[in-house]
Design a binder for this molecule. Structure first.
Ligand code: F6P
Length: 529
């Protein structure tokens, strides 16, 4: 950790302790506030002005981002360097949406490394295979239902995008009746209820797992396999309904998936960054190849913005700096994400994994405990529903929490859309500015940071840009905090311990190990049937 970084961090921390906290309503009166804190890029309009940061705070945050070497790290990520040192991996999801392999400067000339060319070629080959599969699928028109089996990053992105785009006119696939169902949870009810409604002869299964070892996905795929076998379809017929998407094609093949039905992606694609890879196959099938292309194009536009815009006008970097500031200055421990669009209902769940699995870390890159808060808790539900549940706490809890509002420009000829947008604006006003009252029960303190993102349209391009914006915000925050955003060792321990409980729950005669504490013994006993 260089001395400049340590000093800049110290300066930000000291600055953040200033009391009373900055007043958003006063800051909004600054003449050039909007010029500094609002911008348009890649089909998105961002208004980041409603935040308790003044120009001095801002310049210290910028100094911190610079001393964290953010620009060099960003460029190294796009170049395909190893940015996930604990797992020795590149972090190269940007290549999945690139229009050409990245070049780098050698002796004043731009060159493309053989590694970048080869990786780009592989990405394009898989995309071509996906397109051909899609075409054949729609020509045959036999399938009415797709069951996408996967969990975490192998599921959240496809589900969000499918729900967001399935009704878009430009993404209506030829096969009008096509439905995609997602089976992530291993709870038998997740699949059993669905099974009763589906016909194996018209169902395609997509098994999505980067590692091909995730127990939930393995168990669910076994259950689906049995369902197919019981249907009387021949194994040759079944194999046509069985597709794998994975970074371990050799393992998928060993479990009997036909090589032509396997769509690979590289191990440099992190699970939570993988929707742009073959993991997006159900999106391509259900929303159309054009929609998938547009999705990549939107993300690419945001990649360009992230690489080219100066840090003080760089949307992902600005959001990352504000995320840190809200924690340090206000003590905000969470970020609520409120999409005012039912089609984006799964956006909070997607962003939760993206940001919390990436930045929920306890040590820095050198393995030392971090002296800063890491990932805030990300949560949320669509508006206006959420106004009628947890907004009371957002307005009146003593502890302010930050809120991201995601809005969509829609025709307001429909009174319902009008109502939705009017309410979004009203909440942004009330939460950030407050409203005084002599009655303490009816007083609104305001000063809740509200970051507002408006999508030009709820289409594939804008959605691609939105998701890439948050991907880069996540990476930028990780670099500012000097942590590795790209591993996730925190999820491993539970997987190991679960294995010890399986025999104890299955065999009720098995004695509890002496080493097991009494609380656990009694819980196992309670669950034994
Ligand atoms: O357990 C967490 C995790 O590894 C996530 O990082 C990942 O997105 C998810 O499980 C699913 O993993 P896979 O795609 O390998 O099945």
């Amino acid at each position: 950790m260089n001395a400049q970084y340590v000093n800049s961090l110290h300066a930000v921390k000291v600055q953040a302790l200033v009391k009373p906290t900055r007043s958003i309503s006063k800051l909004l009166l600054e003449e050039d506030r909007l010029e500094r804190f609002a911008l348009s890029t890649s089909g998105l309009y961002l208004d980041l002005s409603r935040t308790p940061v003044n120009l001095e705070d801002w310049s210290r945050l910028l100094a911190l981002a610079r001393s964290a070497d953010l620009e060099r790290k960003r460029d190294a990520m796009f170049q395909g360097q190893v940015m996930n040192p604990t797992e020795g991996r590149r972090v190269w999801h940007s290549l999945l949406r690139a229009s050409a392999p990245p070049s780098h400067e050698v002796n004043g000339r731009q060159e493309i490394s053989s590694q970048a060319s080869a990786a780009f070629k592989e990405v394009q080959e898989t995309l071509l295979r996906m397109r051909a599969f899609c075409e054949k699928f729609h020509q045959e028109g036999k399938i009415t239902d797709i069951v996408h089996v996967g969990i975490g990053g192998s599921y959240l992105g496809p589900e969000l995008i499918y729900q967001a785009l399935r009704k878009q006119p430009q993404s209506v696939a030829k096969n009008e009746a096509l439905q995609v169902h997602f089976v992530a949870n291993v709870d038998p009810y997740a699949w059993d209820r669905l099974a009763a409604r589906l016909n194996p002869a018209t169902t395609l299964v997509i098994l999505a797992s980067k590692s091909w070892t995730t127990p939930e996905t393995t168990l669910n795929s076994q259950t689906l396999r049995q369902w197919f076998e019981k249907s009387g379809l021949s194994s040759e017929e079944i194999s046509k309904h069985w597709v794998a998407v994975t970074a371990k094609p050799e393992l998928a093949q060993k479990t009997g998936v036909h090589p032509e039905q396997i769509f690979p992606f590289a191990d440099w694609v992190g699970g939570r960054f993988s929707v742009w890879s073959a993991i997006g196959l159900p999106i391509m099938l259900a929303c159309g190849t054009e929609a998938f292309d547009d999705l990549l194009e939107g993300a690419r536009a945001m990649d360009e913005h992230f690489q080219e815009a100066p840090l003080e006008r760089n949307a992902p970097v600005m959001m990352a700096m504000l995320c840190l500031w809200h924690q340090l200055h206000l003590g905000s421990q969470s970020e609520a994400v409120i999409p005012y669009a039912q089609r984006l209902a799964r956006l909070p769940a997607f962003l939760q994994q993206l940001q919390m699995e990436s930045n929920g870390k306890r040590v820095d890159l050198e393995g030392q405990p971090i002296q800063l808060p890491s990932a805030p808790v990300v949560w949320g539900e669509p508006g206006t529903d959420s106004q009628h549940s947890f907004f009371q706490a957002l307005h009146h809890s003593p502890q302010a929490q930050a809120i991201d509002f995601v809005l969509v420009r829609e025709h307001q000829s429909d009174p319902r859309s009008l109502f939705l947008q009017a309410n979004a604006l009203a909440q942004i006003e009330a939460l950030s500015l407050g409203h005084p009252s002599d009655d303490p029960h009816r007083h609104y303190p305001g000063n809740r940071p509200c970051l507002v993102i408006v999508l030009e349209k709820l289409n594939a391009k804008c959605l691609g840009a939105l998701l890439a914006l948050y991907e880069h915000k996540t990476a930028a925050l990780g670099w500012i905090l000097n942590i590795n955003s790209f591993d996730q060792f925190g999820v491993e321990l539970g997987k190991v311990i679960a294995k010890q409980f399986e025999p104890l729950l299955q065999n009720t005669d098995l004695a509890m190990p002496n080493s097991m504490n009494r609380s656990t013994q009694s819980l196992v006993q309670k669950l034994r049937v």
